[in-house]
Write a protein that binds this ligand. Sequence first.
Ligand SMILES: Cc1cc2nc3c(=O)[nH]c(=O)nc-3n(C[C@H](O)[C@H](O)[C@H](O)COP(=O)(O)OP(=O)(O)OC[C@H]3O[C@@H](n4cnc5c(N)ncnc54)[C@H](O)[C@@H]3O)c2cc1C
Length: 524
Amino acid sequence: MNKQIKAFLIGGGIGNLAAAAFMIRDGKIAGKNISILEASALTGGSLDAGGNPESGYSFRGGRMFTTDNYECTWDLFKTIPSLVTKNKSVFEETVEFNELYRSNAQARLVDRRRAKVPVTSMGFSMDNRLELLKLSNADEADMGDSCISEWLSPSFFETEFWYMWVTTFAFQPWHSAVEFKRYLHRFMKEFSRIETLAGVKRTVFNQYDSLVRPLMHWLEAEGVQFVMDCTVTDLRLANDSELITVTGIECVRAGQKTLIEVEAGDLVFFQNGSMTDASSIGTMETPPVKLTKANSGGWKLWEKLAAGRPSFGNPAAFNSCIAQSFWDSFAVTLKYNPAFIDQLTRFSTNLPGTGGLVTFKDSNWLMSIVVPHQPHFASQPDNVQVFWGYALSPDRIGNFVAKPMSECNGADLLLELCGHLRFDLDTVQGAICLPCHMPYITSMFMPRLHSDRPLPVPKESNNLAFISQFVEIADDVVFTVEYSIRAAQMAVYQLLDINRHVPPITAHDKSVKVQFEAMLKSLK
Ligand SMILES: Cc1cc2nc3c(=O)[nH]c(=O)nc-3n(C[C@H](O)[C@H](O)[C@H](O)COP(=O)(O)OP(=O)(O)OC[C@H]3O[C@@H](n4cnc5c(N)ncnc54)[C@H](O)[C@@H]3O)c2cc1C
């Protein structure tokens, strides 16, 4: 292998950061030969988090992991040193942290009377069980681009299982049945402990501080070049042979058009599509502005490349219906006022960081909140607390605010939340709530055909790989950090011909014990 090759990585999300690390660690490519071209001013893509107590902390998502899955993620982070725990890897630090703070949700579902819903039963009828069994045993080739509601009857969507599973993973009845089936298999171990979320693992801080920062630190020390404020607008492609070869990268860097020559043997990795494209953040006084792909341009390059090239996928399957792919989240910063967290702790009996999600199952918006272990930001002062929430039906009028969630400012969201909890508004006195609108957040769950997603390295590609939530990886599930990191590892190993195995997906669904536990659970 020619170690002098250069690699150009379009997009600075966790997928491409991981690709750079795999190239250096396993491909022995020099860091200085790797350039990451990122449209925004920050790396980390969807794994962002920032802010301060004065203007409020913001994080679009609060992420759950498992150590029973996430094989490629931990394979990577076993190599990356922690920035806070001396002589420990990020993986070791995470495992130790989760031994101290175990997920054991005690208020997973809360009803309209603010009563905790008993959740030991999944609430299935015999018909529901049979439908679920049929769906989980169906063949992907036969399922086509069917949606979940074509497989499950209306009563299924009222079961405790549905409320817990979909608020953990963010599915809707109109989403891809194939993806739902994959989740049932990939996370079968979570099925029997879904009511306590006992299998869920968290990072020490938010994922920007705990994953992106240490990885960036390692990559920078290796000499990787970060080119920020650089939007790639087109790729120059040659297909004089059977294979398509990228020969040039057209970009706009700090407002200036630039062409980067790609020489023979060089590699290009492209992050096609992003779940947080066109997302926007509001304030306590103003709702987030509503943007679309037309404002952001984040999908444009994939659309250009895929036009007339079926092996590069079909972005329209994912980004054509915001009404089916959007939801809103919010991040709350509580300053010098512990009343909200104190009351919630008394109600849920979960200390921060142990409760997983609290879902208001009868709320019109289907709203959930999560209180992480504090501090959630490396820089967070002692007398400041943060938590995160989201809702799967933000297009509906609220129960306590006569507006759809997507039209609410931060103050409206706090009013709605305190209404469901029957907490006085004093508990959030001085709080800063930052709403976030994400038009494509579940775009990767949209019904799809197998051909709608390119392979990480399409068959006709000579030097171009796709790394994202929108590539086809057999059996793995999207809306996970793992998926992007797995795509990165597969693409890098294939293009650099690395003689090391990508960690296989652990087949929990083939374990008789796991199957038996899931069956018992479904019978409760
Ligand atoms: C609210 C929320 C909750 C989540 N919960 C979980 C969870 O519980 N567990 C879990 O595992 N995962 C979760 N995720 C998913 C996880 O965060 C994502 O799957 C992952 O971060 C995606 O990473 P990526 O690198 O593939 O893409 P992204 O992070 O989207 O990065 C793509 C990057 O490419 C850049 N880019 C794209 N096109 C161009 C171009 N033409 N030129 C230059 N730059 C370009 C973009 O600006 C962006 O920075 C959640 C995500 C969100 C938003």
